[in-house]
Design a protein around this ligand. Structure first.
Ligand SMILES: Nc1ncnc2c1ncn2[C@@H]1O[C@H](COP(=O)(O)OP(=O)(O)OP(=O)(O)O)[C@@H](O)[C@H]1O
Ligand SMILES: [Mg+2]
Length: 453
């Protein structure tokens, strides 16, 4: 199917009629110019007829010219064209001069002009019936000339007419294309505005600079965006509620299982309860991760509380909380925290940091090391969590951000949501998440850059 182009149809609808009119105007002007030139040349042919008429007599019923051959020749000399003449009686008899000039279509005392040909050359002929002075005698005088100067004049007129027409055509094409491009600028701006949006940005497109003609389209789009935002928000609210509702019974279940585990029971029942506790903890972790994800998603933007946060102050206690988990694997959990200021939601940032540290501990072998860093750069803040653990293959670094994705054979019982949460929270703060390999070539270094770094 052909894709309609506004630019093309505007160009066609404006330029083709414009150029058609221009061609018509040029043709009209050319016709007028050519006609007046032909009239002028024709009139000039009458002068030698007048001059000749003074020197014609009828002797014994035959016409005679009383001019010397030199005078006759000078009468019919022209700078460009060959000139012919013929004098004869009205019945064509006793013709003098260049015999063979075609007779005029009609005859009268008014001069007749017509095209004819003589000896294979095109000529213009002027013919008239002349009353000789002082007698009743009538002679037919014809003067003809070749078309050299007329053709030349025609050619020059054509050139004079066509040159400006071509210039105007070119200017019209350029101006119209430029005008159309200018006219389409607001559409391109609109395209940029929509293209520059992230998936999270469902705000209505501002109508301020949108041309009137495109407004209905943008209004319809805004309507769609609003519906979409409402649908996403509804979905998120449901997810948050479901996760929240799940947590209470799960907490109850966990308490009961923990209580049961303290009681005396046969070994095989004990095993079952241990597995039950593990499953309950997994389910609780999943519910917590889902709840966090729901809070971090774009639809929850309105609920975030952005304020000035010192990343170092926020991170230090979280490292304290992770120490037990790290010590259990004899991992050296260190930190290099310098005062780092940024604007963010501290609850969400807490989730981000916790998930990164949690991953580092989970995916680092015993006796490994982890370093948590934060520092300020002129353009923004940086948070790094580095470990010398099992690392993430480069080809999977984009995939681990997907929800529920875990690298095959990953240890532990994670649910694959941690890095999605980190990524969402980073996006919500306008930050970027980079997964790199530490300088010594082993493990993982997660870098979150806030601001325009
Ligand atoms: N520091 C890390 N070192 C090595 N692999 C990692 C690291 N962090 C994440 N991964 C890999 O990326 C996968 C996804 O991580 P993510 O945190 O999203 O999920 P999870 O840890 O499996 O589950 P959850 O965090 O939701 O409990 C992990 O399964 C693991 O394979
Ligand atoms: Mg994780």
């Amino acid at each position: 199917m052909r894709v309609p182009s506004l630019r093309k149809s505007l160009l066609l609808w404006v330029l083709i009629p414009l150029l058609g009119l221009l061609a018509l105007a040029t043709a009209g002007a050319f016709y007028v110019a050519d006609k007046s030139a032909t009239d002028a040349f024709d009139n000039a042919l009458l002068d030698p007829i007048q001059a000749l008429s003074q020197h014609i007599q009828i002797n014994n019923g035959k016409p005679q010219i009383t001019l010397t051959p030199e005078s006759l020749r000078s009468l019919f000399t022209d700078a460009y064209d060959s000139v012919y003449y013929q004098v004869a009686l009205p019945d064509g008899k006793y013709a003098l001069g260049n015999l063979g000039l075609p007779a005029p279509p009609r005859l009268g005392e008014k001069a007749q002009f017509y095209y004819a040909s003589l000896n294979g050359r095109d000529i213009r002929v002027a013919a008239m019936a002349l009353h000789l002075d002082g007698s009743d005698d009538v002679v037919i005088v014809q003067i003809a000339e070749t078309l050299i100067k007329r053709d030349r004049n025609l050619y020059e007129t054509l050139l004079i007419m066509i040159t400006p027409a071509l210039v105007i055509t070119l200017a019209a094409v350029l101006l119209v294309s430029y005008g159309i491009s200018r006219g389409l600028v607001p559409l391109l701006k609109l395209q940029d505005e929509i293209q520059a949006r992230s998936l999270n940005d469902l705000r209505p497109v501002p109508l301020l600079h949108v041309p009137v003609e495109v407004r209905p389209v943008v209004l319809a789009l805004n309507n769609l965006l609003a519906n979409l935002a409402a649908a996403i928000e509804g979905q998120q609210r449901f997810l948050a509620n479901a996760a929240h509702q799940l947590r209470t019974p799960l907490a109850g279940l966990q308490t009961q299982v923990e209580l049961a585990l303290r009681m005396d029971m046969p070994n095989d029942v004990y095993e079952i309860f241990v597995r039950l506790l593990d499953a309950t903890q997994r389910a609780t972790h999943l519910a917590n991760q889902l709840l966090t994800l729901a809070k971090a998603e774009p639809g929850a933007r309105a609920l975030t509380q952005m304020q000035s946060v010192n990343l170092a102050n926020l991170t230090e206690p979280l490292i304290g909380l992770a120490l037990v988990q790290a010590q259990a694997k004899r991992i050296d959990l260190g930190f290099e925290l310098s005062a780092t200021q940024l604007v963010g939601d501290s609850l969400l940032l807490t989730e981000l940091i916790t998930n990164l540290i949690d991953n580092a501990i989970r995916y680092t072998r015993e006796n490994g090391y982890i370093t948590v860093r934060c520092y300020q750069l002129p353009a923004g803040a940086v948070l790094e969590v580095e470990d010398n653990g099992i690392g993430i293959p480069e080809a999977l670094r984009a995939r681990v951000l997907e929800r529920f994705y875990r690298v095959d054979g990953s240890p532990g019982n994670g649910c694959g949501l941690g890095l999605s949460i980190v990524d969402e929270i980073a996006k919500l703060h306008g930050a970027s998440l980079d997964i790199t390999t530490p300088e010594q070539g082993r493990g993982t270094r997660m870098i979150v850059r806030f601001g325009k770094i």
